[in-house]
Design a protein around this ligand. Structure first.
Ligand code: FRU
Length: 505
């Protein structure tokens, strides 16, 4: 109904034209959320990395601005962070926005990754690069040394920078944001091995909302190494003394921020006081460059508010709830009567003129073996979301969600693994095995759960119990899902507090 590319989401942020990956330099200032992002302004595949730029007053309506930081002779402008320099530590004036990013270039025999800085005196619209860039180079010549996260450490009145360094995160400190001193590193042996750490974030949160009990959380994006393949976001909870991070749990304990396949490079806004708001890139490096889209590629998943809670096993976990501003997207709503299902129950035609953007909110209690619902279109394409009592899990299955078998013709220069070299004979690599699947998260199926599902043209995001489980998956249905089929096998399922919202900008 609207004039947009077939798989362009209605309410998720996308670049107007060209490629996008990681969210960068997320910073809030003077009522504006700045979303910078890894951007190729010249085409819809990775390359020519700039920081693209959009701003929002409410995290859901975005205004597209010109790219803020362009590629230069030091190389691509890779991922990083931005801060508001409240005390004028760097000397460009109080409250200047300062961005830190990785300058990446290929050099004979490998690559060079160093940290650079740029400042903005016009509220983040344009940046001036520091004339003595880079501000930080690896002391050991490490080739994977990137994605600087800078934050203010109040107790010692100093700036800290965390840089992903192969399979570690390195901590540095600075008084003036220009000279950085090494302090410590974290990560050796932590998480699925051996995988590249990328895009760190480091946040402090109260335990169960009690501000007298604060914990630090290290967000580590890894590629590959995710449970369902490719890239994913894990986190570690622990303590920080201004110099060193010590994780509460053993290295083998991995906690995932999102259980879907399309949640990566997730980092948080700076300067938002006690609110911690994360923005994911909604894709997976396995197939991000080859999704069946043309004019642009990739969207951000909905911004999520993070909090720490004590789980049933007494461990600390992050919940990632859609920010409350997503309620600004609700247009029409339909409140449905409570019902029970033993077998199936269908709701046809959710909306006349459905453009694929809606939200479901409901309470689901199941005594069955398998119980849940399907989002369906008239072509029989579907996404199934269900509780599986035998395995104690909640599943989102996109195996028959629409286009699932896209691929690419392999040319020698995009062969990235030895395996693909071995296969090289003018073949087409097909991503069906990576895409046509279900993802799942452990859950107590004996309890009732609050379920929220955000559907947009191209994605399904599931939030259970206010974000205790988040699961984000791309889908490419050939027409919008416009009906629902609830089903329960081996027992009764009860649905209550059920509202369907049509979403729009
Ligand atoms: C993560 C990442 C970063 C890097 C950027 C390059 O997705 O690989 O480590 O800075 O993308 O675009």
């Amino acid at each position: 109904t609207t004039n947009r590319d077939k798989f362009r989401p209605l309410y998720h942020h996308t670049p107007l034209y060209g490629w996008m990956n990681d969210a960068n330099g997320l910073v809030y200032k003077d009522g504006e959320y700045h979303l910078y992002f890894q951007h190729n302004p010249y085409g819809s595949m990775w390359g020519n990395m700039h920081w693209g730029h959009s701003v929002s007053k409410d995290l859901v309506h975005w205004e597209h601005l010109d790219p803020a930081i362009a590629r230069d002779t030091l190389g691509h402008i890779f991922s990083g962070s931005a801060i508001v320099d409240k005390n004028n530590s760097a000397g460009y004036g109080e409250n200047t926005i300062i961005a830190f990013y990785t300058s990446h270039r290929n050099v004979p025999g490998g690559q060079s990754q160093v940290q650079s800085m740029a400042y903005s005196t016009d509220n983040g619209r344009t940046y001036t690069k520091y004339e003595q860039n880079p501000v930080l180079t690896p002391f050991d010549g490490l080739q994977n040394f990137r994605d600087p996260k800078v934050f203010w450490y109040e107790p010692e009145q100093k700036w800290i920078m965390i840089v992903s360094a192969d399979k570690n995160m390195r901590f540095y400190s600075s008084a003036n944001l220009k000279q950085w001193e090494y302090m410590s590193e974290f990560g050796e042996g932590f998480g699925p091995q051996p995988n590249q750490f990328e895009c760190p974030d480091f946040i402090q949160l109260p335990v169960d909302g009690d501000r007298s009990k604060m914990k630090w959380v290290m967000i580590v994006n890894i590629n590959p190494g995710f449970v369902y393949g490719g890239s994913g976001t894990m986190y570690f909870v622990g303590d920080f003394d201004g110099h060193r991070f010590v994780c509460d749990t053993k290295p083998e304990v991995v906690k995932w921020l999102d259980w879907g396949k399309d949640h990566y490079a997730t980092v948080c806004f700076s300067n938002t006081d006690s609110r911690i708001i994360a923005v994911p890139w909604m894709s997976n490096w396995q197939y991000a460059n080859y999704t069946p889209i043309q004019q642009f590629r990739s969207a951000n998943a909905l911004p999520r508010e993070l909090s720490l809670y004590t789980g049933e096993d007494k461990q600390l976990y992050l919940s990632a709830a859609p920010v409350k501003e997503t309620e600004n997207l609700r247009k029409d709503s339909k409140k449905l009567d409570d019902f029970t299902v033993n077998g199936e129950k269908r709701f046809e035609t959710l909306f006349e003129n459905n453009d694929g953007a809606f939200e479901l909110e409901l309470q689901l209690t199941s005594a069955g073996k398998e119980a849940g619902f399907e989002l369906l279109n008239s072509l029989g394409e579907k996404v199934r979301i269900y509780l599986d009592a035998a395995e104690g899990r909640v599943v989102m299955d996109r195996a028959e969600s629409g286009i699932v078998d896209f691929g690419k013709k392999v040319k020698p220069h995009d062969l990235d693994t030895e395996e693909s070299y071995a296969r090289y004979k003018e073949v087409t690599v097909n991503y069906k095995n990576d895409f046509a699947l279900g993802t799942w998260a452990p859950i107590n199926t004996a309890k009732g759960h609050k379920v929220q599902v955000f559907v947009d043209n191209g994605s399904v995001e599931l939030f259970v119990d206010g974000g205790r489980i988040a699961m984000t998956n791309l889908v490419f249905p050939n027409e919008p899902y416009n009906s629902l089929r609830f089903y329960s096998e081996g027992g009764e399922m009860k649905i209550s507090d059920f509202t369907i919202y049509k979403l729009g900008l």
